[in-house]
Design a protein around this ligand. Structure first.
Ligand code: SME
Length: 161
């Protein structure tokens, strides 16, 4: 058990600095990608407010397969290009969706989800996974969240695959 004493009542810049330090501390020197994804999803779940799902899908062959996560049980396989996760993986672009109901092909794993942020995880220039965050609040994810989560993933991606 790790207690990083990260306060949620602070600016996004400071929150993400703290999260990135904690994610580095959790993953440094650990080569097992599944263990690292499990700890990073638990870290985000503990310290980032207003989420109903936080976790990873890994790119295995030509589809995304459910990886370590926190939240309700979820769909296991997502084809490249399908849903928000498949779009992020196929384009290698962050998907920040204010209203999932207006995203064509959104896959509703949890009916409570209203907004979503999906960040591709790259290693050696290739997408190997995506980080998927869902919120029950509409328009939950800001530009600061997009930048912060992108930096967090970049900081630990060498240990996620
Ligand atoms: N909503 C995602 C599917 C994964 S669940 O949200 C956990 C999508 O449209 O790709």
């Amino acid at each position: 058990m790790h207690d990083f004493s990260i306060s949620q009542d602070q600016s996004p810049d400071i929150l993400y600095q703290d999260l990135i330090s904690a994610a580095r501390a959790l993953t440094d020197g650990e080569p097992d990608a599944i263990a690292n994804m499990a700890n990073v999803s638990a870290l985000i779940w503990q310290y980032v407010p207003d989420l109903n799902w936080a976790g990873f899908y890994r790119l295995l062959g030509d589809e995304l397969v459910l990886g370590p996560f926190q939240g309700k049980s979820a769909c296991i396989r997502i084809a490249m290009g399908k849903g928000v996760c498949g779009a992020a993986a196929a384009t290698n672009q962050v998907q920040r969706v204010a209203d999932v109901h207006s995203f064509p092909g959104h896959i509703a794993c949890d009916a409570d989800s209203r907004s979503e942020l999906v960040v591709p995880v790259c290693k050696d220039g290739k997408v190997i996974a995506v980080l998927d965050l869902d919120s029950p609040l509409p328009d939950r994810f800001s530009v600061e969240d997009e930048t912060g989560m992108t930096n967090l993933i970049a900081a630990v991606s060498n240990n996620l695959g």
